[in-house]
Ligand binder design. Structure first.
Ligand SMILES: [Zn+2]
Length: 176
């Protein structure tokens, strides 16, 4: 077993079932288990620390990343076309994919669901609700600050936009 698998085993064993509907709960517990800061949450250094190799490669434009396991060794080939925000989100997605193939992952969701779960996990982890709400309150009233928030949370503007609408947060232009 590699470092990542060993580190995740006790955490994954706590769960009877992991489903799309309670992924926010799972993501919060994951963040607590690995003692992640509120923001920014960077997947790259954390994966490296757990022995996962990350290589930037010229993948086809529609492919963001590909992970492989060779015995205990994990490798993520990450598209060199991705800007930092999209790269971070993609690597969190890959975290979930790697976890879903861990021997202690409690259930095996079908591939389609798995991809949706991985995106939901990436979204909840990189843009935790509490921190998003707090930052939004701080910036609101001055117009659309989606790009500012995306930079703070190290995600793409489109991912930030989806998260804001999911949390029913709308920008205001206040008169001064
Ligand atoms: Zn995936």
């Amino acid at each position: 077993m590699n470092t990542l698998d060993r580190r995740l085993a006790p955490f994954l064993r706590r769960w009877d079932y992991i489903s799309f509907r309670h992924l926010h709960v799972f993501a919060d517990a994951f963040a607590g288990y690995l003692r992640l800061p509120a923001t920014p949450r960077l997947a790259h250094p954390l994966l490296r620390r757990h022995g996962v190799e990350i290589r930037r490669e010229p993948l086809p434009p529609t492919v963001h990343a590909v992970w492989t396991r060779d015995g205990g060794d994990c490798l993520i080939r990450l598209s060199e076309h991705l800007p930092p925000g999209a790269a971070n989100f993609t690597l969190w997605h890959e975290w979930f994919d790697l976890m879903a193939h861990h021997p202690d992952f409690p259930n095996k969701p079908p591939l389609r669901t798995l991809e949706r779960c991985a995106n939901r996990f990436a979204s909840c982890i990189s843009m935790p609700e509490e921190a998003v709400r707090r930052t939004f309150e701080e910036l609101n009233g001055r117009g659309d600050k989606t790009t500012v928030m995306a930079a703070r949370f190290v995600v793409s503007s489109s991912a930030m936009r989806v998260r804001l609408s999911e949390l029913n947060l709308r920008w205001r232009y206040d008169r001064r």
